[in-house]
Write a protein that binds this ligand. Structure first.
Ligand SMILES: C[S@@+](CC[C@H](N)C(=O)[O-])C[C@H]1O[C@@H](n2cnc3c(N)ncnc32)[C@H](O)[C@@H]1O
Ligand SMILES: *[C@@H]1O[C@H](CO)[C@@H](O)[C@H](O)[C@H]1NC(C)=O
Ligand SMILES: *[C@@H]1O[C@H](CO)[C@@H](O)[C@H](O)[C@H]1NC(C)=O
Ligand SMILES: *[C@@H]1O[C@H](CO)[C@@H](O)[C@H](O)[C@H]1NC(C)=O
Ligand SMILES: CC(=O)N[C@H]1CO[C@H](CO)[C@@H](O)[C@@H]1O
Ligand SMILES: [Zn+2]
Length: 446
């Protein structure tokens, strides 16, 4: 067992944007692995996002036989420990610029040793701890031509400095896990920040939190392209705590930037319809609705990722592993809340990656407001859209919304027809022939 603490360099300016919380020498536990949090930045609510990362890592190891990980902004090392013990990584490198965390990392990682390695493996280095700038760690790896299977960059804010270097330090076919916590950028409220960090001009649109994921992936698409590489999302996850935008990307070698999935989203304020536009289509942007055209009624955001947010096959693989490990169970009625959430999340991701679904989503409330109609339950509306031959799914980003290729105007029409059916049914069903008018007031959301 080799143990190193190297690079006693200064922390970067970005290392500690927040004041450290009071020291909590608190033993935490995630899926049966315990670790000490100490003074590190640690969010309990992110454990599900860590589950997702561990699952992909495990699938990767099953498929390739290798798993060497760099966790470059480690905090207390919870990910490093979980990659090591749960995904059975061959090697994990935990780095954090903050000098208060080095001993804590060593404490948490050293317990992993006896659990993971037989006597035979004892001569190999299983883990390493460093205290350097993340940027430097990654650039050094690339310069030494030392490439890894998975690089985890759990950064704060809209810091994208490590995106390119992470792609540069990953193997072909490897994985990069990225985080952004800048909700203002996603909402179109810090346009110049978004432009400099993600290379995207973001106008406010009703599906801001999906934009947050798409601009982060878009940034990686560009960074990969400069290195003759390409990225494809394995999964993406928006979480309102923070907010946090996360994406796990598969990195491949490819010369050309395929711009089918890298483009613009146009939103019509008049009718609420959005559409994906490729670079070639920039000259003829228009909305097909019958509303009067007014200056400024069409807004454009991009360039960003306009392809699928998840890879269906790989999410299915993750679900299988989660089931094997007992992280989700078949009978959801008995399962603790955590398990139910993970199962549902994986299922929504599979549905959300249905081919033919455009970027963005339509909120049920917006259909109600624009059409002045009472909206049905989300599930009933999705069923109806599918009966009509449209592609439709829930969104993992927004509970009260549908993703569909059905235009807004048509959605309103469909909801109106459903309202009539429901209203006439309720007259027949009700023994007192209740006044359906009283039930159509106000917007109910399913
Ligand atoms: C969001 S926290 C990491 C949380 C941890 N990955 C987890 O899942 O609990 C970000 C960490 O990155 C470290 N950090 C920030 N900027 C850094 C940099 N440029 N290089 C290395 N570490 C950095 C901070 O000290 C902090 O511990
Ligand atoms: C994404 O992951 C977070 C964990 O950070 C989880 O709380 C959230 O439910 C997930 N997103 C959705 C909408 O399921
Ligand atoms: C990308 O590929 C082109 C064409 O083969 C080559 O000229 C260029 O040097 C490569 N760039 C990088 C960064 O490898
Ligand atoms: C996924 O889609 C299928 C088929 O449309 C549906 O039966 C299922 O309920 C959906 N899952 C979730 C979690 O919405
Ligand atoms: C997974 C692991 O090894 N966690 C350890 C982190 O450190 C605490 C405190 O010493 C141990 O109790 C955990 O087992
Ligand atoms: Zn329109």
């Amino acid at each position: 067992m080799v143990f190193r603490i190297t690079g006693i360099g200064a922390m970067s300016a970005m290392a500690l944007p927040l004041a450290l919380p009071p020291v909590r020498m608190l033993l935490q536990e995630e899926r049966g692995v315990s670790f000490q949090v100490g003074p590190a930045f640690y969010r309990r609510q992110s454990s599900l996002a860590r589950d997702l990362g561990i699952l992909v890592a495990a699938v990767h190891r099953q498929q390739t036989g290798n798993l060497r990980v760099v966790d470059v902004m480690s905090g207390c090392g919870v990910r490093a420990v979980r990659y090591l013990l749960q995904a059975r990584a061959d090697f994990v490198w935990a780095n954090d610029a903050c000098n208060q965390l080095t001993e804590l990392l060593a404490l948490n990682l050293s317990q992993g040793q006896s659990l993971n390695s037989g006597a035979e493996e004892e001569k190999f280095e299983h883990w390493r701890i460093t205290r350097e700038d993340a940027h430097k760690v990654l650039l050094d790896c690339a310069l030494r031509k030392e490439y890894y299977d998975l690089i985890d960059v759990d950064s704060f804010g809209s810091d994208t400095l490590c995106v390119g270097p992470a792609i540069g330090a990953v193997k072909y076919g490897g994985l990069v896990y990225l985080t952004s916590t800048d909700g203002f950028c996603a909402g179109g409220r810090r346009r110049h920040n978004a432009l400099s960090s993600y290379g995207a001009f973001v106008n406010p649109m009703p599906f801001a939190n999906e934009i947050g994921l798409r601009m982060l992936i878009g940034c990686a698409v560009r960074e990969a392209a400069t290195r003759n590489m390409s990225v494809i999302p394995v999964f993406s996850n928006y979480s309102y705590h923070g907010p946090v935008f996360r994406t796990m990307l598969r990195v491949e070698s490819r010369r050309k930037l395929v711009n089918k999935d890298y483009g613009f989203i146009v939103y019509c304020k008049q009718c609420g319809q959005s559409q994906d536009i490729q670079f070639e289509g920039l000259g003829d942007i228009a909305c097909c609705c019958k509303h009067p055209k007014e200056k400024g009624s069409l807004v454009v955001t991009g360039p960003l990722w306009i392809g699928p947010l998840h890879d269906r096959k790989q999410v299915e693989g993750m679900t299988e592993v989660a089931r094997d490990w007992g992280w989700i169970t078949r009978s959801t009625s008995e399962s603790p809340v955590d398990m139910h959430i993970l199962e549902e999340l994986l299922e929504v991701m599979v549905n959300e990656s249905e081919p033919g679904l455009p970027s963005g989503y339509i909120k049920m409330d917006e259909i109600g407001k624009r059409g002045k109609v009472r909206v049905p339950r989300r599930k009933d509306f999705i069923d109806r859209l599918q009966q009509e031959g449209y592609v439709a799914s829930r969104s993992h980003v927004e509970r009260r919304a549908v993703k569909t290729n059905c235009p807004m105007d048509k959605c309103i029409e469909l909801v109106r027809s459903m309202e009539i059916i429901t209203a006439s049914r309720s007259i027949l069903d009700s023994p007192q022939h209740a006044d359906p008018g009283s039930r159509t007031n106000g917007v109910m959301v399913g």
